[in-house]
Write a protein that binds this ligand. Structure first.
Ligand code: AMP
Ligand code: MG
Length: 411
């Protein structure tokens, strides 16, 4: 850990690579109820305990019969409904009325759509032959008994919950939640709900991060607002490092007079202070604290959000045991056309906040308003980051840019 000695800025991809290389995923596992498994990471492969579908069943409303009896006139001997199978065997010249999802009766090997049948009391007439196996969903066609359904290291989505339920699984083995301790620093910070005071501002970072952290498999300890005072910080960090896998703080990582975070961390842990070539979010601290990891995010709320998305989310995903490739692209990246010029200086990767629209197969993006790192409105109005490469200068109207869509948690 030598970057504090180097004055140059660390490219964001290098920062991420260095960071991820050091992190060792949590190993402990636990069993959770299926409905509590959303966004958790599978600790072991899920092997299908049954066939899905469990038995051969009908893909249509129609008639189940023996293919060799078609075309012809057949005797109707009963019905098979979903959940209410016909329990006798179909013999030569017989058929059974069958509904979608109902069990194929023994003896039957094809299903004829009701539209292709002339029904008349206890008999039906088929004018065409019905191929063997027609309109039958085979047992195990979706998932075969014993096959691997989901792999260890997969983060469970709402769709997976449906899939696992289709296998009859009520419990799932997942990696235990990551224990995160969160604190914000600053003498100026008031909690939401407090009366305004001269020179004070409301603490937006802690609620923001708490909300963001809810989307990850995290068990949170909120240590609150810590004043700009070395003893208070020392106490908070000492407490946090007892149990936390990860300590996240905001503020106090630059070089101001009241920025004690780095002194205390150097005292209690092994910390890198990185100047990352990204905008916003240049000052960023990362390192070890006790048995856990420390992430010191910048105090400006937009910088907090950007560094959280770009550096902390990949780190938490790796720690949580997710094996899907974890990169800066925790959200989908697209190519878009700039609706207007975007100001930028070469040197750092910009994460500007943008509003993207999709028209005739093309993404068009515009700025979401003021781009200052203290301005959360632009971020809240945005639906994507506009990621501008470090070496790039200002962008002209009509140029192609990369965007990172915000909404990656819909499934
Ligand atoms: P710092 O990194 O502590 O120097 O803070 C940089 C800027 O972010 C200052 O204007 C702080 O007042 C502001 N800031 C720091 N922490 C927070 C927070 N939790 N919520 C809102 N603004 C903050
Ligand atoms: Mg501060």
């Amino acid at each position: 850990m030598d970057h504090c000695a180097q004055p140059q800025l660390l490219p964001i991809d290098d920062a991420l690579t260095r960071l991820l290389a050091q992190l060792v995923p949590v190993q402990e596992q636990q069993s959770v109820a299926l409905l509590d498994a959303l966004d958790r990471v599978l600790a072991s492969d899920v092997i299908a305990p049954v066939n899905v579908p469990a038995d051969d069943n009908s893909a249509m409303d129609g008639y189940a019969l023996r293919a060799q009896d078609s075309p012809g006139q057949l005797q109707l001997i009963g019905e098979s409904l979903a959940g209410h199978p016909f329990r006798k065997e179909i013999k030569q010249g017989q058929c059974v009325r069958i509904m979608t999802g109902a069990l194929i009766p023994a003896g039957a090997d094809t299903v004829v759509m009701q539209e292709n049948v002339l029904a008349d009391g206890d008999s039906i007439v088929l004018n065409e032959s019905s191929p063997l196996g027609n309109n039958i969903r085979r047992a195990g066609e979706d998932i075969a008994h014993g096959s691997k359904v989901l792999a260890a290291g997969h983060r469970i989505t709402a769709l997976d919950i449906g899939l696992l339920a289709s296998l009859g699984l009520a419990q799932v083995k997942v990696v235990r939640n990551i224990r995160v301790a969160l604190l914000t620093t600053g003498d100026e910070l008031l909690p939401a709900g407090a009366a305004p005071e001269l020179g004070k501002i409301y603490d937006s970072n802690r609620p923001l991060l708490r909300a963001l952290l809810q989307r990850l498999p995290v068990e949170l300890t909120d240590l609150g607002v810590i004043p700009d005072n070395p003893d208070a910080l020392r106490n908070a960090f000492t407490q946090a490092m007892q149990t936390a896998d990860v300590v996240i703080s905001t503020g106090g990582v630059s070089v101001g007079d009241a920025d004690y975070t780095k002194d205390i961390l150097a005292e209690l842990g092994e910390i890198d202070f990185w100047k990352i070539a990204m905008k916003p979010g240049k000052p960023f601290a990362f390192g070890r604290l006790g048995k856990g990891w420390f992430f010191g995010l910048p105090g400006n709320p937009v910088s907090t959000a950007v560094t959280y998305h770009q550096l902390v989310v990949p780190a938490l995903r790796k720690l949580s045991g997710e094996t899907q490739e974890v990169t800066t692209q925790t959200q989908p990246v697209r190519s878009a056309i700039a609706r207007h010029a975007l100001k930028k200086q070469p040197g750092r990767t910009d994460f500007q906040r943008g509003i993207v629209e999709y028209q005739n197969g093309i993404y068009y993006v515009r700025s979401a308003g003021l781009q200052n790192s203290g301005v959360l409105t632009g971020m809240a109005n945005a639906n994507c980051y506009i990621r501008l490469e470090a070496e790039r200068g200002s962008v002209a109207e009509g140029e192609q840019v990369e965007i990172i869509l915000f909404d990656s948690f819909i499934v």
